[in-house]
Design a protein around this ligand. Structure first.
Ligand SMILES: Nc1ncnc2c1ncn2[C@@H]1O[C@H](COP(=O)(O)OP(=O)(O)OP(=O)(O)O)[C@@H](O)[C@H]1O
Length: 294
């Protein structure tokens, strides 16, 4: 474990390049006996966005927490190359709840990780936080308290806070699940532009098929703690909104949707057969919202 001086010094270095994440035969079994992750081997390419998608309880969050080092693996190992260490702010984590400290202003919340790491002077921390607030388009809200922010603004602060240490890996656990569909889409596009600007490897847990296709380069489908399928998403860049109406998007949508349905607990006839057969381009509602798997 690096000491405090090493940590502060390392944060002052230029940000490291994005890390590749290698999960080798990883299993996580809790004391209750539940095996949440079951012999998962996975290679997540550096500098790309990867989605983990699958039904509720299939082990997505547990795998994400294991990558972050927040959850020990019972078997197997996870390697990040170049290495990234949470304690040095090299792995950013965005939770579903923004959980900002209510007694700090927006900019102070964003500065907090640097403060905890003892990195930079207070002025430099504020300068860096202000720059990131610009990137998430919240510069005007720097001095507001969290209770003066909307849900979407709070999430943008939470993302800014995760990026302030310039992590080489950004892990996001259903960050947009509590937001309405339009906001969700806007924040997805913001995540894409931040990824362009800051160049990290991202792993995004989501229940939303359209979101996983629009945002990520690789879609990892999980079922019962296992990786069921890995889909490389070759949709062109940039991922502008109009891609949602392209035949390629529809094909990927059908592929992910069919695979998830094949292992879902409920009958596929409970869902809109039009969406299943034709993908989202022929379905106004899906075009607007994206189908979610719970
Ligand atoms: N700390 C824990 N102790 C015991 N069991 C746990 C713990 N955390 C998760 N589990 C169990 O492990 C399994 C996988 O949970 P996990 O949260 O990883 O799934 P998930 O795919 O992220 O689900 P969701 O989409 O609903 O968030 C579930 O059966 C869950 O109940």
């Amino acid at each position: 474990m690096p000491d405090a001086t090493d940590i502060a010094a390392s944060v002052r270095q230029p940000p490291s390049s994005p890390s590749e994440i290698s999960c080798q035969a990883v299993s996580v079994t809790f004391a209750s006996g539940t095996t949440a992750v079951d012999d998962v081997s996975l290679q997540l390419e550096a500098g790309k966005i990867h989605s983990l998608i699958g039904a509720s309880g299939c082990g997505k969050t547990t795998l994400l927490r294991s990558i972050a080092g927040l959850q020990a693996c019972t078997k197997g190992r996870i390697e990040l190359s170049p290495p990234a260490i949470s304690e040095r702010g090299e792995i950013g984590f965005v939770f579903q709840q923004p959980s900002l400290l209510p007694w700090l202003t927006t900019v102070e919340n964003v500065m907090l990780p640097l403060e905890l790491l003892g990195a930079y002077s207070r002025d430099e921390r504020r300068k860096r936080a202000t720059e990131i607030l610009h990137s998430v388009r919240l510069a005007d809200a720097a001095d507001r308290m969290p209770n003066q922010l909307s849900g979407g603004m709070k999430m943008r602060v939470s993302i800014a806070r995760a990026l302030i240490t310039r992590p080489s890996v950004l892990l996001l656990d259903e960050p947009f699940a509590a937001l309405d569909d339009l906001l969700r889409e806007q924040l997805g596009q913001l995540l894409r532009s931040l990824w362009n600007q800051y160049q990290f490897t991202a792993v995004l847990v989501t229940h939303n098929i359209a979101e996983s296709i629009l945002l990520s380069h690789q879609i990892v489908l999980m079922h019962d703690g296992k990786v069921q399928q890995i889909i490389t998403n070759s949709l062109p860049e940039p991922r502008v909104r109009s891609i949602r109406t392209s035949p390629e998007f529809g094909r990927f949508y059908g592929q992910v949707s069919d695979q998830l349905r094949a292992t879902a607990d409920w009958e596929s006839s409970d869902l809109d057969s039009n969406a299943r057969n034709n993908g989202p381009q022929d379905n106004d509602e899906l075009n607007n919202t994206g189908e979610t798997f719970q």
